[in-house]
Design a protein around this ligand. Structure first.
Ligand code: PEP
Ligand code: MN
Length: 359
């Protein structure tokens, strides 16, 4: 794919897309823009049609909000982006001169809708950003970009907004950085942005997520900014004021260059990386050894007709490893996902042994 960036110029090395989750009123939108002041975002974001997981929540102001945007664009010389989920949305946005569109996480999962959007965009040159699907499926993300590229949209970007999960996490949507990095590896010219608000789900992790993204060479940040976050009609928990964003995120970000040979102590990095590679190799060998032992247990269980999953045993393992992890400075989230992955692999090894025919 021959792609061009969505955000082309700008005076900052880190591209910025800021604005409310939803456009709620002309006043709220204008207050947000004024409050952004010297942050000077490349694009203002505001949702007009809101995909709400459950009914009864604020669904967005619809087309009238696009008219507010048109007026504010003239007044402040800014550019707007908004989410589209079907062809009617696309047509309304094109009619009102919205600068950039994005496809939301709940739409990227559905090839019918993505194709409908792509078809409605045929013949236009409007830039489009594609959020990752809510499920961790790189092909849906890639497929959406391909459908758009095929109709002639070349200015494309990906927005990494994290993935749904069941269980506990400190994040609203778990990042799973490796999926975004793999997409970028396969499409090196794709502009990759991070939506810190939808990953974080609160004001607490915005800086941490933004810094990781910059250290992974992302091009920019999307964040939800509201003049009065607690009064927001959608996503109140994760929106912050422009001042908060400036003081607690923007001003604290550390910019490091992607070119490792240009700075830093290259020799030291190479030797530390060699240590990491050794540790990774040992980890793999240890895990494989654990599987072999699980298989031996499988043979015994088979002979004595005992089922694989012993709930108490699993509880014991988890509790003890969480405690050890804590002592060693590893997060509960990491320890439980690591041991769960190992446990599932063990079950598969045991199951294979137990169900192997004798002959
Ligand atoms: C949003 O940006 O407000 C939104 C609904 O995002 P997502 O599609 O990532 O949930
Ligand atoms: Mn939102």
């Amino acid at each position: 794919m021959m792609l061009a960036p969505v955000i082309e110029s700008g005076n900052k090395a880190i591209k910025l897309i800021l604005g409310p989750c939803s456009a709620e009123s002309p006043r709220q939108l204008e207050d947000t823009i004024v409050s952004l002041g010297e942050l000077q975002p490349d694009l203002i974001r505001a949702g007009v049609w809101k995909p709400r997981t459950r009914p009864g929540h604020f669904q967005g102001m619809g087309e009238p909000a696009l008219e507010w945007m048109t007026l504010l664009k003239q007044k402040y010389g800014i550019k707007f982006c908004t989410e589209v989920a079907n062809s009617a949305h696309v047509e309304a946005c094109l009619k009102h001169g919205v600068d950039v569109l994005w496809i939301g996480a709940r739409t990227t999962v559905n090839p019918f809708y993505v194709q409908e959007i792509a078809d409605a965009l045929k013949g236009t040159k409007i830039p489009v950003m594609v959020k990752n699907p809510i499920n961790p499926d790189i092909f849906l993300w890639m497929g959406a970009l391909e459908r758009l590229e095929k109709v002639g949209i070349k200015r494309l970007a990906a927005i990494h907004r994290g993935f749904s999960f069941y269980g506990n996490s400190i994040f609203r949507n778990v990042p799973r950085w490796q999926i975004a990095l793999e997409l970028k590896r396969q499409l090196p010219e794709l502009q990759m942005l991070v939506d810190v608000s939808h990953i974080s789900g609160s004001s607490r992790h915005l800086l941490e997520i933004a810094q990781i993204a910059l250290d992974l060479n992302y091009s920019g940040i999307m964040a939800e900014i509201h003049p009065h976050p607690s009064e927001a009609l959608s996503d109140a928990d994760q929106q912050v004021t422009a001042d908060f964003f400036k003081q607690n995120v923007w001003d604290r970000l550390i910019q490091r260059g992607p070119d490792i040979t240009a700075r830093g102590d290259l020799d030291a990095i190479i030797s530390l990386r060699a240590k990491i590679d050794n540790i990774d190799q040992s980890l793999m060998k240890l895990v494989a050894e654990r599987m072999k032992i699980a298989e031996q247990i499988g043979i015994i269980k088979k002979e004595s007709a005992i089922s694989i999953l012993q709930a108490n045993r699993w509880e014991e393992i988890l509790t003890s490893l969480l405690a050890t992890g804590k002592e060693l400075g590893l997060s509960d989230e990491f320890v439980s996902s690591l041991i769960e992955a190992i446990h599932i692999e063990s079950i598969q090894h045991q199951s294979k042994k137990m169900n192997q025919s004798e002959d």
